[in-house]
Design a protein around this ligand. Structure first.
Ligand code: G3P
Length: 272
């Protein structure tokens, strides 16, 4: 399974690539805003364009998803093409991120716009990551339209199930992949019992039909979910920097290091 960093913060991008464990980057408007705000707070003067170009160079050889902000097919296609033209020459690694459906609640006429944008950009040979996927049917539709990556959001499904059942929780709390029973009923969103269940069903369906699009598990909040994505056969897991750190942490590793440090004979340091 490939690991992607879900962040636009340059220092985080640099660190995970230096450690040799990052296979790509995903960004969205909220993550870019977070990175820009942090850079401004530190007094950094870099323009957004320079900033993104730096990120692309660090990630050279691995995909970087840049999301459109327009909300209809025409706008997303134009913006996607312009973004690709401007940024892909930097390191030849740009994927354009398109929401499966850009319509606001109760707005019907834009329902197909995400799919039209995917189809058109793919026809123009621009790689696409389809985002904001919450059902296996959406994943299948995105794949049919030609998306290279399809991004189901696991954590937000868990949030929805907990919120609807009025459970108290922290964003990073583990949600059992097999679901949670409440008053004898399994919490579910139209049959999906957890974020990992969503990932698992997308993987299964793509396998059933030999679909080439890759399942990019997104909105992951803890290392255990990353493990479960790997067990379910997700192609890619994108995660925030904090979850990357959790991947190599354990309390016994820490106590083991403390003990080894304490036991090291003084002579050992003089050996080399
Ligand atoms: O990759 C999708 C991600 O940025 C959303 O994560 O934690 O805001 O649901 P989250």
């Amino acid at each position: 399974m490939k690991f992607f960093l879900d962040s636009a913060i340059l220092s985080e991008i640099e660190t995970v690539y230096k450690a040799g464990i990052c296979d790509g980057i995903t960004m969205n408007p909220s993550l870019v805003k977070k990175a820009v705000d942090e850079a401004k707070a530190k007094g950094e003067k870099m323009s957004l364009e320079t900033y993104l170009k730096k990120a692309l160079k660090i990630a050279k050889g691995t995909p970087v998803s840049l999301e459109v902000t327009e909300l209809n097919a025409k706008g997303m296609i134009e913006q996607g093409k312009k973004l690709f033209k401007k940024f892909n020459p930097v390191a030849k690694n740009v994927y354009i991120k398109i929401p499966i459906n850009p319509s606001f609640p109760n707005e019907k006429e834009k329902e197909f716009d995400g799919l039209i944008a995917i189809k058109t950009l793919r026809k123009a040979k621009i790689p696409v990551n389809c985002t904001l996927i919450f059902t296996p049917e959406q994943a299948l539709a995105a794949a049919k339209a030609g998306a290279n990556f399809v991004s189901p959001f696991a954590g937000r499904i868990d949030d929805l199930l907990r919120t609807e059942s009025k459970m108290k929780f922290e964003k990073t709390d583990y949600f059992p992949s097999g679901g949670i029973e409440d008053d004898g009923d399994m919490l579910n969103d139209n049959g999906i019992v957890s974020g990992i269940d969503l990932i698992s069903e997308c993987v299964q369906i793509f396998r059933n039909y030999g679909i080439k699009s890759e399942v990019l598990a997104a909105s992951l909040r803890n290392a255990r979910q990353v493990r479960e994505c790997a067990l379910e056969g997700a192609d890619i897991a994108t995660m925030p920097f904090g979850v990357f750190k959790e991947l190599f942490s354990h309390k016994l590793t820490e106590s083991g290091i403390v003990q080894f440090d304490k036991d090291t004979p003084k002579e050992f340091g003089k050996l080399v």
